[in-house]
Ligand binder design. Structure first.
Ligand SMILES: [Zn+2]
Length: 93
């Protein structure tokens, strides 16, 4: 019982930090200056923009590709999804 209780007490902290991470990386407006700031969450290498679609200065869609590990991060509706693949929530397809 003690082990279960201490495990339960760590869960909220883990969830909170995950939510903060989500908040931090889901920026409202994607543009090229942001590309200088963004990096691969796995290895911190630069991301390259592939197939960008622009609306004025905003990048509304495209794909960010890590120059090191080749992981791909989609930009949808101007919001880059920089979650590592194993942290992405699978939305109902
Ligand atoms: Zn990478």
């Amino acid at each position: 019982m003690v082990a279960v209780r201490s495990k339960a007490s760590t869960t909220p902290t883990a969830m909170r930090s995950r939510n903060l991470l989500l908040y931090a990386i889901r920026v409202p407006i994607m543009n090229e200056s942001l590309l200088d700031i963004l990096c691969c969450p796995l290895d911190k290498h630069d991301l390259e923009l592939e197939d960008p679609e622009y609306d004025d200065d905003e990048i509304v869609s495209g794909t960010l590709v890590c120059s090191e590990c080749g992981e791909r991060y989609p930009i949808e509706d101007g919001i880059p999804n920089l979650l590592p693949p194993d942290m992405r929530e699978e939305s109902a397809a």
